[in-house]
Design a protein around this ligand. Sequence first.
Ligand code: SAM
Length: 287
Amino acid sequence: MNTIFLIGIAIFIVSILLWWLIVTTEGVYLGRNVVIWLYDFYAQRYDTIKNTQLDYELAFTAQPIIDRLPIADPLVLDVASGTGRLPEVLLRHDEFAGQIIAVDLSRAMLIVAAQKLKSAMEQGHVYLLNSPAEKIPLPDNSVDVVTCLEALEFMMNDRVVLSELVRVLRPNGLLVITNRQGRDRYLMLGKVRSHAQFRQLLEKEFDLKIEHVNSSWSDIYALFIARKNGISDPIGTKEALWHILRCPKCEANALQPKSGYAIPTWECKHCGHLIQQAFDGIIDLGL
Ligand SMILES: C[S@@+](CC[C@H](N)C(=O)[O-])C[C@H]1O[C@@H](n2cnc3c(N)ncnc32)[C@H](O)[C@@H]1O
């Protein structure tokens, strides 16, 4: 009897632990591969679970960004873009005429994004890159806006990711990022900061100036908009991605279109690395 009771308790504890590791914290304590594997697994259901409302997103996500832009056609980088929520809402906004580079490491999430953004991709308004947030294949100071929604707490090292986001952002450009809130955040030990700590991190360590905080943005996230210190001219929309894309292998700005392949292919003139755009439109960095 005692043994059966103890086995029951053990199964209960292990189940709670597994639930916490896999469902509540989405694999973040098990490593990046597990996080991405879980997003690959949930990708087809992600939008149904999230159920974001376009009118709300236009008013409270796109509008505060657009209000702060000096030009209508900025170059935007959306990191951990998932199923393309941010590109979708920006492209639906009447006052937005820019270009978006969306990166995510979950290919299955990007496949859903590609289905929704097919025509915008064909017109060169949005590019989807299968790439990690920890190593963004863009030069320093090369985009007008960097966004990273509902993702920072799932990164193995948020400081490494924040340095990348700030590195590629031009001086005077905007960083749009969420910080987790609500009771759930106490379950993500060591992964979530209070808003005051997050503000301090952005201002003191990354030299950003916070312009907007919306703590009613969602039940579990506050939206922060911060500006990178310094002055620079707006970047604006570029003709083609490979003009700005950096080789993910050797980091040289030396990509050139390469003929002779069935799918669009670029070669790094410096190290010979190949990057290809698959039939579904997603650009695989080949690493
Ligand atoms: C909660 S979803 C947010 C997606 C989207 N930004 C949104 O607001 O709907 C988190 C995303 O982060 C991505 N992700 C997690 N770790 C990543 C990493 N190290 N590099 C790139 N993407 C990552 C996941 O694949 C997933 O698509």
